[in-house]
Write a protein that binds this ligand. Sequence first.
Ligand SMILES: C[S@@+](CC[C@H](N)C(=O)[O-])C[C@H]1O[C@@H](n2cnc3c(N)ncnc32)[C@H](O)[C@@H]1O
Length: 401
Amino acid sequence: MKRESAGGVRGWRPATEEALYGPSGFYRRPEGPAGHFRTSVHASPLFAGAVARLLCLVDEALAHPAELAFVDMGAGRGELVTGVLKALPAEVASRARGYAVERAARPAGLDHRIEWLPAPPPDVTGLLFANEWLDNVPLDVAEVDAEGTARLVLVREDGTESLGEPVAGVETEWLARWWPLTDSPDSQLLFPDAPDDPLPLPDAPDDPLPPPEAPDGPLPAEDVPRPTEDLRPPAEGLQGPAEGLPVTTQGLRAEIGLPRDTAWAAAVASLGRGLAVAVDYAHFAGARPPFGTLTGFRDGRETAPVPDGSCDITAHVALDACALPGARLLSQREALGALGVSGERPSLALASTDPTAYVRALAGAGEAAELTARGGLGDFGWLLQPVGIPDPLPGGEQPST
Ligand SMILES: C[S@@+](CC[C@H](N)C(=O)[O-])C[C@H]1O[C@@H](n2cnc3c(N)ncnc32)[C@H](O)[C@@H]1O
């Protein structure tokens, strides 16, 4: 299948690969991800504290091994692994070993006990945690043309798009299984004239995570975790259905998540025993975004995804497609709730007995509220994948795999 051609036109997967991880790629920049957007890790130390508690639950399920690994997958500048190691009780910390797995270079000043690796260490026992990693694993994008054929979307370095070859092979199979572009309930949402009896989605979970609810009030721009407004110009030649053709799906897009499924399976396979967790913007079968979610971020703002190394390029994750047998899905709100993080305000009585403690508790409640907010970080998906141990965290859904 033709993926690259003269003039710098190529599929989104190779274009993103170079734009993010090439020699002048976005993630090679010295300021790191935190210079451009906030993840849960940057939002509050409560997040690392909760992950440390999860590591302790994994430690219990493993019967307290002599060496307990914490693998921070897609570690950014190692902020999460640093925070988790600090938050552990002394006895667990004495057995813990921190690994940061990152494509970018090791930052100066990182605790020398943390190992900085280009790939997960093999056969370790403990917790592998991937916060906002999978959304940065490059993927191809498909779009339905005027004849109803799903084609690869090609992109130039300036971000302008055109349609290429029809999607083929394993990518067609992935689309049919996880993100059907034709005759799907998703297309009905957009095009009320679509057939009354669409093909059922294969094995969709009975009750996937609820769709995001609107936030209670507007959040300041810098507090909004990378949003999803589509800022891309329409692809060339896609101005509407060709005249006379009963096209109901033209312009629908899908992000072909196969490279993420493969990357996640490889990360899970690196664990000898323990728990692997992927946390990310997620969508699920039956409620895929009809035009996809590919977008860019720069300097704290959403921007058009231009693959020139100047911005992050990200797309939400089909987490149900990544799930391996035995996996469970929770929302971040549920997962953090089970780990003791809630946005409850401290009682006013504390203000009169211990004003300092009250102010501290109030600040903590504000941070917890951000981490668990509806319409924000609280709607992130947590994919839990136990390996050789019972699932240590209660709640959530069992996705079909
Ligand atoms: C959005 S940042 C998240 C950083 C951090 N986990 C956080 O939550 O703040 C994604 C990170 O994943 C890294 N990354 C992407 N693919 C990777 C891979 N295959 N192996 C290791 N790191 C990777 C990127 O370099 C980037 O630093």
